[in-house]
Write a protein of this length. Structure first.
Length: 285
């Protein structure tokens, strides 16, 4: 099969080559250097800094911890994860909102660390939770801390790649009022302080999806950096092929660095496994 994007460079990142740690209560894989895993070749990709695939046992989690000057988001694959701001006392949360939310499949919780914020992420359910934790570097330091939580349709993700995050529409020079309004470039997405788009799709067996580089939302048009990740959701039965290339076939847990691409280029995805493939696209400057 011929390459649709002959100018693109696609380099797989195999699942077993990622950093890995099993702490008993936490089984985690690191695409980029994180915690005790360090590799000079895998520090970041564009403004994408962290991509961890985590499984946390019931009754376990991450106690209150601080974040600063990073855009941090959790994408729930299965199970339940409770996000709670440090100012929210357990047992006295009140209604769910951006400061407190029990996340389930389809939910995305987003944190702008900015000048400093602290929260916890705990599995308070009776089953293991499986999720992606992703960090991007913002376009400015010292931003106002902020949370966002949003649920994204499973049906929409089965129809095409569904945008999850897009740049704050007001851009780098946003006023305090524009920051408070938090309007994203793409409607129905979460705004991020970066020239960055995240999308997710669930590609049925023998089906094809396409991703338009830049997502019709970014400022930088040339030399974009697209990372593709196939989470470990189907017991090894999901598999995709990128751009019709046999050397760009990804199994569960694999990812791929796509470079030498420009906004408007169209990258094809084929689901060639025995189960539908849930795919995350991280399109960075």
């Amino acid at each position: 099969m011929s390459k649709a994007l002959s100018h693109a460079k696609i380099v797989p990142r195999r699942s077993n080559d990622r950093g890995h740690a099993d702490h008993g209560w936490l089984n985690t894989y690191h695409t980029f250097s994180f915690a005790n895993y360090y590799d000079t070749k895998f520090q970041s990709f564009g403004n994408l800094r962290v991509l961890n695939e985590d499984r946390v046992d019931a009754g376990q989690g991450f106690p209150t911890h601080p974040h600063r000057d990073a855009e941090i988001f959790s994408y729930i694959l299965s199970g339940e994860l409770t996000h709670r701001d440090s100012m929210i006392q357990k047992g006295k949360e009140g209604n769910e909102g951006d400061d407190f939310y029990r996340m389930k499949r389809g939910d995305v919780q987003f944190t702008t660390g900015g000048t400093g914020i602290a929260h916890s992420e705990q599995n308070e359910s009776k089953e293991q939770v499986h999720f992606l934790q992703i960090w991007a570097l913002p376009w400015a330091r010292g931003l106002a801390p902020r949370y966002h939580t949003r649920t994204f349709s499973e049906d929409a993700k089965r129809a095409a790649f569904l945008p999850i995050l897009s740049p704050l529409k007001a851009g780098r020079g946003a006023s305090a009022a524009e920051e408070k309004e938090a309007e994203p470039t793409l409607p129905e997405t979460i705004p991020i302080h970066a020239d960055f788009v995240m999308a997710a799709g669930i590609i049925g067996v023998d089906k094809r999806f396409k991703w338009t580089v830049g997502g019709n939302a970014t400022k930088k048009t040339t030399g974009r950096n697209v990372y593709v990740h196939l989470p470990m959701c189907k017991g090894g039965s999901a598999k995709i092929r990128l751009d019709g290339r046999e050397d760009a076939v990804l199994g569960e847990g694999d990812g791929a660095f796509v470079t030498n691409v420009n906004a408007g280029d169209v990258l094809s995805f084929e689901s060639i496994g025995e189960a539908e493939a849930e795919v995350v696209v991280l399109d960075s400057d």
